[in-house]
Ligand binder design. Structure first.
Ligand SMILES: Cc1cc2nc3c(=O)[nH]c(=O)nc-3n(C[C@H](O)[C@H](O)[C@H](O)COP(=O)(O)O)c2cc1C
Ligand SMILES: C=C(O[C@@H]1CC(C(=O)O)=C[C@@H](OP(=O)(O)O)[C@H]1O)C(=O)O
Length: 394
């Protein structure tokens, strides 16, 4: 079973990760991981921090001469914010000594984890909550999940995502998105082609015009001092039929995918295939007719997004997630001071305005371990050679 853990604070010296359970013999390099880390840092709407962090995960164990050894892979990533010459963070984040003149943060931001974190742990300072709830953690999460993603790539499984809605700007119908997305994903790169063909510094959207409108929407809302969320879609191609389970509720693949997406900062919902739209349609406009061609069963459409009974059908997985607007905003909201209980305006600190293009990379990443585990469960194996022997050729 593949598992991973992350540790580290947003403004501490570094993020640490352990990714373990990947078979021996998988080619893995820091460059492979870095490609996804760089993608996670880009996209219109990002804040100031992403301009100077240069995320790179150093592999500290578990890989020898470019191949995994089967041992836990430990990863380490520096926070440049901490290391900068003018940084006050070593003082704010000191692991010992007295607080001294280090300021306490007492104004919780609505929508962030600030108040619930203080209530849960009994802190008199919001700082430790900010540090660990921050989506800075997703840098290491992407690094750890890239190990699973590399494993999937070796078996011909590709993951790619794109933005379909930012605030009020988005695609019309589900079918409209399908005709654009599925054509792109049919290339030899499969779903990866979705991001390989997109402008990485932009909104990472399938339609250039829409991406221009999305940028305008972000620019407008930034000027107003507010923030934006949106909806993204993740495609997975090359998935064999039969992963997951209809037998046990906790092994249904759709449920596990939902946990991975909803376990990510700022996510408020997930859909598989038509998702909520399927509740508005009649059965004949939802269920995918079955056909047999080229020695395997297929579906004439893929409105159920590649899953029936919690088990993969062999069609691409189609997963959508919705991200709420970023909680830190220039124009204040009302809040109550945790010390004085006085009603005051929130204070603004540097922040993303809209992180959808970055969140797409995180969402692509977090689903990789779910699929990798379904494969390991079904085909097992301690080495890549063993798994490849057991893995079905399509
Ligand atoms: C990629 C990404 C970037 C984010 N950037 C910010 C940010 O710059 N400022 C902010 O206040 N929240 C940001 N968030 C959202 C917060 O991390 C999130 O709302 C907070 O941890 C509370 O958790 P919850 O939204 O899951 O309830 C970001 C989330 C993601 C996924
Ligand atoms: C640092 C990252 O994202 C951060 C996520 C985040 C939050 O509150 O979630 C707040 C901001 O951090 P800071 O206050 O240091 O500017 C973002 O920059 C990152 O993605 O690497």
């Amino acid at each position: 079973m593949f598992r991973y853990f992350t540790a580290g604070e947003s403004h501490g010296p570094e993020l640490t990760g352990i990714a373990e359970g990947i078979p021996a013999g998988l080619p893995l390099t820091e460059e492979f991981i870095e490609e996804h880390l760089v993608r996670r840092q880009q996209g219109y709407g990002r804040g100031g921090r992403m301009a100077f962090e240069k995320d790179r995960a150093e592999i500290r164990s578990g890989v020898r001469f470019g191949l995994t050894t089967g041992a836990p892979i430990s990863l380490s990533m520096i926070n440049r914010a901490y290391e900068k010459d003018d940084s006050n963070w070593p003082k704010v984040m000191a692991k010992d000594g007295e607080r001294g003149d280090v300021e306490r943060i007492t104004l919780p931001r609505p929508g962030h984890a600030d108040l619930v974190g203080v209530q849960k742990y009994g802190f008199d300072d919001i700082r430790p909550v900010i540090e660990r709830s921050s989506a800075r953690e997703t840098a290491m999460r992407v690094a750890c999940c890239s190990v699973a993603r590399r494993f999937l790539q070796e078996l011909g499984i590709r993951i790619g995502g794109h933005v379909i809605q930012i605030g009020s700007v988005g695609y019309g119908s589900w079918e409209e998105v399908r005709s654009a997305a599925d054509t792109i994903a049919e290339s030899s790169e499969g779903a990866e082609n979705v991001w390989r063909t997109a402008d990485k510094s932009d909104v990472r959207c399938l339609d250039g015009t829409l991406s221009e409108q999305m940028r305008e929407e972000i620019k407008k809302r930034r000027k107003e001092g507010t923030s934006l969320g949106g909806i993204y879609e993740i495609l997975v191609t090359g998935v064999p039929a039969g992963l997951g389970s209809y037998v046990h509720w906790d092994r249904k693949l759709d449920g596990l995918l939902a946990q991975a997406i909803m376990g990510t900062q700022a996510m408020k919902g997930i859909e598989i295939g038509l998702g909520f739209e399927s509740g508005r349609r009649q059965g004949h406009d939802v269920h995918d007719e079955i056909a047999y061609a080229d020695h395997h069963f297929t579906r004439k459409t893929n409105r159920l997004g590649g899953l029936e009974g919690g088990v993969t059908t062999g069609m691409p997985l189609i997963i959508r997630g919705v991200m709420k607007p970023i909680p830190t905003m220039i124009k204040p909201l009302k809040t109550a001071d945790i010390d004085t209980k006085e009603e005051l305006d929130t204070r603004y600190e540097r922040s993303d305005v809209c992180a959808l293009p970055r969140a797409v990379v995180v969402a692509e990443s977090v689903i990789a371990p779910v699929i990798a585990n379904a494969i390991l469960e079904k085909f097992g194996g301690d080495s890549m050679d063993e798994i490849k022997d057991r893995y079905p050729s399509r």
